[in-house]
Design a binder for this molecule. Structure first.
Ligand code: ATP
Ligand code: MG
Length: 390
């Protein structure tokens, strides 16, 4: 039996004149995700995109599970395709959905008729198909208000589609429709979630990771690659820049007041990531910060880091509790990777008593203690190594 995948657009259906280009963006993203499975054709009509496998051996289960992670898709379903003949539709519906129907108690049929020349009206199609399925499925009842399974029959120009319940898509906006931003990714729980949340709003991600070898290990870097690999299943291709932060961290340790270590480090991160982000055409930075989570994430401290950021800083986790962030990290499968215990540059030289009420003035003073900071910042920017993820 020939099967296809039907995609329902989400919010992008509301975007007026941009709709078509958003749909094209979503199709491009779907193509990228499915290309390794075989050849597919994509057809647009109203608020539906039809994905048609061009080869019989394509693994549609895998295609569906990948598409469930493409932002912009509100709902999707597999559908059987058959000839536009009421007998053929009846038999195909039973063959395709008979097993699913035998596992539920109630159902209803919905019909859509794009081809107005089809000799049955929509209510007649429902009656014909519903009656046939009822007759051939012992114990099944009709419930038009709250059915366990809804059988949808669509009669289109060339053929008829038959499908069962839809699956919820990932929602959001197609990646690319919201511009580019640069995620500061640590190996922790929060930053991958923050990246995922912004990708959901259509942002294409670049990423910067600060590594401090030999204080941080190669395993810590590998962890970041794996985390971004999971995020890229949703966000598509991610350009990761790994920056060597060792020299700056040692300078902070040697010259800055201990209580200002973390804030000074964050300020350098913002300046370095900001310069890379601007060079890579990004319009914002993204961090996984959450208000009050640690001393460097109080209102005062965030004010100190923002002050030297050359771009707007998006912090999608800012109002979330840790358990809410963890819930998302489990959903996107980053949690188990994040909790691997490798040292991050933030845990190297951690102050015993970080200052929670830092002022911009104190932060500047601490930073200016490092006389060759401009040179060290430039060297860090130049040290960035690019790796493409996804
Ligand atoms: P968790 O709080 O679970 O450890 P986290 O590592 O994301 O997660 P913090 O260490 O509190 O959180 O750091 C706050 C933010 O600063 C991170 O969310 C991230 O955006 C940025 N950041 C921290 N360390 C690094 C790093 N090594 N490279 C790039 N960005 C970093
Ligand atoms: Mg954090």
């Amino acid at each position: 039996m020939k099967e296809i995948i039907l995609i329902k657009n989400g919010e992008l259906a509301l975007k007026g004149l941009n709709r078509s280009s958003f749909e094209d963006m979503m199709i491009k993203n779907m193509r990228h995700r499915l290309s390794s499975l075989g050849a597919f054709r994509y057809e647009k009509s109203q608020s539906t995109i039809t994905v048609i496998p061009e080869d019989e051996n394509i693994d549609l289960d895998e295609a569906v599970s990948r598409l469930l992670k493409v932002f912009g898709i509100a709902a999707l379903s597999r559908a059987a395709v058959c000839e536009k003949d009421i007998d053929v539709i009846r038999n195909t519906a039973l063959e395709y959905l008979g097993e699913a129907l035998s596992e539920v108690r109630t159902f209803k049929v919905e019909a859509k008729r794009a081809d107005k020349k089809f000799p049955f009206t929509s209510p007649q199609i429902c009656e014909e198909i519903g009656g046939w399925l009822l007759e051939h499925t012992p114990g099944l009842r009709v419930d038009v208000h709250n059915p366990d399974l809804t059988v949808t029959v669509e009669v289109r120009e060339k053929s008829a589609f038959i499908r069962g319940n839809q699956l919820h898509g990932a929602g959001g906006m197609p990646v690319g429709s919201g511009g580019n931003a640069c995620l500061l990714i640590s190996g922790g729980i929060d930053s991958p979630v923050a990246g995922w949340m912004m990708a959901k709003r259509g942002v294409r991600l670049n990423a910067v990771h600060f590594a401090s070898p030999p204080y941080t290990s190669e395993l810590a870097e590998k962890k970041v690659h794996e985390l971004l690999g999971k995020v890229s299943e949703y966000a598509g291709r991610i350009r990761l820049f790994t920056v060597s932060f060792t020299e700056l961290q040692e300078a902070i340790r040697d010259y800055c007041p201990e209580e200002m270590f973390t804030i000074t480090m964050r300020r350098f991160m913002m300046q370095i990531a900001g310069a890379i982000a601007i060079r890579e055409n990004c319009g914002a930075l993204i961090t996984g910060e959450s208000l009050g989570q640690v001393a460097s994430q109080t209102l005062h401290a965030l004010g100190c880091t923002d002050e030297c950021a050359p771009l707007p800083v998006f912090r999608p986790c800012i109002g979330m509790d840790k358990n809410e962030i963890v819930e998302i990290s489990r959903k996107i499968d980053t949690f188990e990777i994040s909790i691997r215990p490798y040292e991050d540059c933030c845990t190297v030289f951690t102050p015993k008593h970080p200052r929670t009420r830092a002022t911009v003035e104190l932060a500047r003073q601490a930073e200016y203690k490092i006389e060759n900071r401009e040179e060290l910042i430039q060297r860090a920017i130049d040290s960035a190594v690019l790796k493409i993820i996804g």
